[in-house]
Design a protein around this ligand. Structure first.
Ligand SMILES: Nc1ncnc2c1ncn2[C@@H]1O[C@H](COP(=O)(O)OP(=O)(O)OP(=O)(O)O)[C@@H](O)[C@H]1O
Ligand SMILES: [Mg+2]
Length: 216
């Protein structure tokens, strides 16, 4: 049974669910970092099965994962953080191409990640994922804990990555408004399983569904 599919390269899909619904576990299973059987069924990207693929093959398939904790190296600078991602990738973008995409980061090339704001660190985490030159980017709650104006900036960055670079995005969120603003299609996760699949229009209009699964 296909639970979730990101059909075309370049699609932007959200995976919504309240606290503890199993969003991170699902992403970790896709990234090969958790047991696939916790999810069951099938998760497909561009026709390929993602569940059960070992982590080293995930990168080869062009999938980058931006985890919940943003995982930048705190004692390394912006440039050093991006360089490390480049060094670990099979077919990376070059440093200047990545930094050109993030004017804010270009202006703080030597700043250490630990001295950066949450929003700047989130940009750096996305920059690191972009450096790997992915076809699909997995983002785990990128807006969490960020001020509204940074949320809007990161929404724009994600939309640009999707539209201008033709990279598919699977965005995990509890922030329904942000997911509605950027994603075209949505899956709703409840107790570890996909309970609903909805267009942006339906998610916006179906208050009963939003209340039941998302509490908003
Ligand atoms: N399919 C599943 N079967 C059994 N347990 C699961 C499943 N998915 C998640 N869990 C368990 O549920 C708990 C919450 O999962 P997870 O952290 O993935 O949720 P989340 O939606 O990312 O939560 P948060 O909103 O806090 O980030 C974890 O203890 C996890 O092991
Ligand atoms: Mg989570």
């Amino acid at each position: 049974m296909t639970l979730l599919s990101v059909a075309e390269a370049g699609e932007l899909v959200s995976l919504l669910g309240r606290n503890g619904a199993g969003k991170t576990t699902t992403l970790r299973a896709i990234a090969g970092a958790a047991e696939p059987q916790v999810i069951g069924g099938s998760i497909r990207f561009d026709g390929d099965e993602l569940l059960g693929t070992p982590p080293y093959e995930i990168a080869g398939r062009g999938i980058s994962f931006v985890p919940e904790d943003r995982r930048c190296f705190p004692r390394l600078s912006v440039v050093e953080n991006v360089r490390l991602a480049i060094n670990h990738a099979e077919d990376p973008k070059d440093l200047e191409t990545v930094l050109d995409f993030f004017p804010e980061l270009s202006e703080m090339r030597e700043k250490h990640a630990r001295n950066m704001s949450g929003g700047e660190q989130q940009m750096l985490a996305i920059a690191r994922a972009l450096a790997a030159n992915p076809r699909l980017m997995l983002l785990d709650e990128p807006f969490e804990g960020l001020a509204p104006y940074i949320v809007r900036r990161i929404e724009d960055i994600i939309a640009e990555i999707n539209e201008e670079q033709d990279i598919a995005v699977l965005l995990v969120e509890q922030n329904v408004a942000a997911a509605l603003a950027v994603a075209g299609r949505h899956y709703v996760l409840d107790e570890g399983r996909i309970a609903e699949s909805a267009s942006t229009e339906r998610l916006r209009e179906d208050e009963e569904m939003r209340q039941r699964y998302l509490g908003v």
